[in-house]
Ligand binder design. Structure first.
Ligand code: MN
Length: 360
């Protein structure tokens, strides 16, 4: 306990207290430069589900994260908030995250039927086509809700950090971030991912996790550039899009490893990555951009990928040279033990600290 301030209940060096908030931090969101928004949505996950349980698992794991960062003075007194937006549901008011979780379960059930029908090579009948429309509508409802929540924090000068959920949860957050920029500025999106996510709809879902970057580029105004890092699983069409669309730079896992093998330093590669980005940057971190040993239960793991420290080194460089407007961490799926959520909690802590540093 801080002896000089008896009234402070929170001790950053002590054992975290599970209170349903990220890192067990008891502060009101007004006091926090960064507010984390849980979005437990995983309706369109194609391979294995579970990311809807990501935010809660990360909250539980986050209480054991050490809040001191050796590179940032006062990092252990840094305050991070937890969104607790309530929405009206007729008579009662429910937390936005609980509403999204329920909507996700409903949409997921429909999506599973559609995905297994398609996997058998069959055409969708009328009822499944209707179900597809409903899943797309639920996706839009979630996108809108996330956009509204993030816009609220942005308008109060805060940095929203969205915790997913599948990768489609990025849409509303990026839309809000792009709309918050000063006149004439364009948003850069820095994407850590094993996948390019540039498909034009996937399995019939317009807001599929596999289409998120396609949707951001085609449906959101004022996106200046998309820079992808760690990409190692993509189709020919997506590769084509990267080459054709002048706003995309892909630092594939293969290209990065090749550069390092031939003697380029990671510092130099990171500088090339940062140089592609405009002043204002949104960071979208799909956990599968990391080595799968750090996220064994994520939906679509791929061998290769960044180490934790390499990713953090790049985040430090971006945050020292650009302004971070918002960020997300998605595709964390808890397994039988706490490992995936533990890595996720540590990553979200670095993202929050460094985003705030970038605005100083
Ligand atoms: Mn992704």
């Amino acid at each position: 306990m801080n002896s000089y301030k008896e009234d402070i209940e929170f001790d950053a060096s002590g054992v975290g207290v599970a209170n349903g908030r990220y890192f067990g931090m008891p502060f009101s969101n007004d006091e926090c430069p960064v507010v984390l928004v849980s979005v437990p949505w995983d309706a369109t996950v194609s391979y294995s589900a579970g990311t809807a349980e990501g935010p809660e698992a990360i909250i539980n794991a986050s209480v054991q994260v050490d809040l001191y960062d050796e590179k940032i003075p006062d990092s252990d007194s840094f305050k991070i908030g937890t969104d607790e937006t309530l929405i009206d549901m007729g008579e009662e008011r429910v937390k936005a995250s609980e509403y999204i979780h329920a909507l996700s379960a409903e949409a997921r059930e429909k999506a599973c039927k559609i995905i297994s029908c398609l996997a058998e090579g069959k055409e969708l009948g009328k009822s499944l086509r209707d179900a597809q429309t409903e899943v797309n509508q639920s996706s839009e409802a979630v996108n809108y809700l996330v956009e509204q929540i993030c816009s609220g924090y942005l308008s109060h000068g805060k940095i929203p950090g969205v915790v997913g959920g599948e990768h489609s949860i990025t849409f509303g957050a990026v839309k809000a971030a792009a709309a918050s920029l000063p006149e004439g500025q364009k948003l850069g999106v820095l994407q850590f991912d094993a996948h390019a996510d540039l498909r034009n709809a996937y399995e019939g879902f317009e807001h599929s996790h596999a289409s998120i970057m396609f949707n951001i580029l085609s449906k959101i105004k004022d996106i200046g550039h998309l820079t992808q890092v760690g990409i190692r699983d993509f189709c020919a069409d997506e590769h084509d899009t990267v080459n054709r669309e002048g706003r995309v730079s892909a630092f594939t896992d293969c290209a990065i490893e090749e550069a390092l093998a031939e003697g380029e330093t990671w510092k130099s590669v990171c500088q090339r990555i940062v140089d592609t980005l405009p002043d204002y940057v949104y960071i979208s971190f799909d956990i599968d951009g990391l080595d799968p040993s750090l996220c064994p239960n994520t939906g679509t793991p791929v061998p290769g990928g960044l180490s934790f420290q390499k990713a953090v080194y790049l985040l430090r460089m971006v945050s020292s040279q650009r302004k971070i407007v918002g960020f997300d961490l998605c595709e964390v799926a808890p397994g039988e033990n706490e490992w995936d959520a533990n890595v996720g909690a540590r990553l979200i802590h670095k993202l929050a600290l460094l985003a705030a540093q970038s605005r100083k």
